[in-house]
Design a protein around this ligand. Structure first.
Ligand SMILES: Cc1ncc(COP(=O)(O)O)c(C=O)c1O
Length: 399
């Protein structure tokens, strides 16, 4: 049988990261390719206690069907939590609980885009979101970086096209894959441009709480007085991605459309996980938990950067994160990035080739992404040394 698949899936490839992660199942592989929380970062005992209590005392409340928008207790707790330092819920906004923030990306494209509509994204950007947009028929228009910030001239050009793009997808804090943070000035400019051109912003903020240096920058959502921002807040990176709990905060009309999309998709997010999450947010000191895990990432990040300073050829450039989970490494033009990544894999070290994160992955790219949250300290030391040797080996060949 030759299967006839839908056209909209024709330019969506299996995620390069998922494919590399398959190779990392090999116990000998040192993986800097993932983006998972550290094994030390999970509040296992607390989740175990809440789960046991719920199953013993109110099992039907977690085993029954729930409502699409989300469990009332979780909606209340999540609203308190995400608004604790800045007001992200604006007048006329509503919240929906989703199955991870990946589902928010899908619903944004599903509810806003027709086949061929343009979605603006950073170039590079989070592959899972790009694939969700493409699978729903959207066309990506990547905006390049200039001097470490989004190129606003390029953005203006993209925004002025006719018909207008449907929305811009932005990750302002500790971006995936670059680890970079958008400055306050650029956030303000981006919001002003959204207003000027009448284009929505989908602001994705799964890493904002994982700051271990410097001052927090206000979210674009907190500055929006014109109902222009759809805000994606996830609990995956700060509590547990396996629970698949995220929240979308957006103008009511958008959430109502997303609610219909969710009814057609998975009816509601796992009620069991929602109730556990609600209790966790209510019963425990989230900021103390976040401080603890941010310190784990700070230590791991410093270790990786220190090892890179020691072992990498001086021609290699990389970002030095102040939060989040990723380092973006750029090779000199004389070294072919894909060959480098392939050779690294042969030496049992996995990183993600940077072109996987571009609006068009056939574009030339000299960068790759490294993750420091998942590997153990020993693996960080061993893996960076292997990559370092490879940077010298390949610099020699290319010179
Ligand atoms: C920028 C970004 N957004 C969204 C997600 C999806 O996270 P989740 O669906 O677990 O909330 C990820 C996961 O890696 C991510 O890096």
């Amino acid at each position: 049988m030759e299967y006839q698949f839908a056209k909209r899936m024709s330019n969506v490839k299996a995620s390069a990261i998922r494919e590399i992660l398959k190779a990392t199942a090999d116990p000998n592989m040192i993986s800097f390719a993932g983006g998972n929380p550290s094994a030390e970062a999970f509040p296992v005992k607390e989740i175990e206690k809440i789960s046991a209590d719920l199953l013993k005392n109110e099992p039907i409340s977690i085993l029954q069907y729930g409502i699409t928008e989300g469990d009332q207790e979780l909606l209340r707790e999540a609203t308190k939590f995400f608004n604790r330092y800045e007001q992200v819920t604006k007048d006329g906004d509503q919240m929906i609980i989703t199955s991870g923030s990946q589902q928010i990306m899908e619903f944004a494209a599903k509810t806003l885009c027709n086949e061929g509509d343009v979605v603006i994204c950073e170039n590079p950007s989070f592959l899972g979101a790009l694939n969700a947009f493409k699978s729903l028929g959207a066309v990506l228009r990547g905006i390049e970086y200039k001097d470490g910030q989004l190129d606003l001239e390029d953005l203006k050009q993209a925004l002025s096209m006719e018909p207008r793009p449907k929305f811009m997808y932005l990750i302002p804090n500790f971006q995936n894959p670059t680890g970079m943070t958008m400055s306050l000035e650029v956030r303000k400019e981006v919001l002003a441009l959204a207003k000027e051109y009448g284009v929505l912003i989908l602001e994705d903020n799964p890493y904002g709480d994982l700051r271990f240096a410097g001052e927090a920058v206000p979210s674009i959502k907190s500055m929006d007085e014109d109902s222009l921002v759809i805000y994606a807040a996830s609990l995956s990176k700060i509590i547990a991605p396996g629970m698949r709990i995220a929240c979308c905060i957006a103008p009511q009309a958008i959430i109502q459309k997303m609610t219909v999309a969710k009814q057609a998709s998975d009816v509601h997010s796992n009620l069991w996980a929602q109730k556990v999450m609600a209790r966790y947010l209510h019963d425990y000191d989230m900021d103390a938990h976040i401080d603890r895990i941010s310190m784990i990432y700070k230590k791991k990040c410093h270790l990786m950067v220190d090892e890179m300073k020691k072992h990498f050829h001086p021609s290699i450039q990389y970002t030095i994160p102040t939060g989040g989970m990723f380092i973006w490494v750029t090779l000199p033009e004389s070294i072919d990035m894909l060959t480098f990544v392939k050779k690294a894999l042969e030496k049992n070290v996995a990183v993600v080739p940077g072109n996987a994160f571009l609006d068009d992955d056939s574009k030339e790219c000299h960068s790759f992404r490294m993750n420091y949250s998942t590997p153990t300290d020993e693996k960080i030391i061993e893996g960076v040394q292997i990559l370092g040797e490879l940077t010298y080996e390949m610099s020699k060949i290319s010179s």
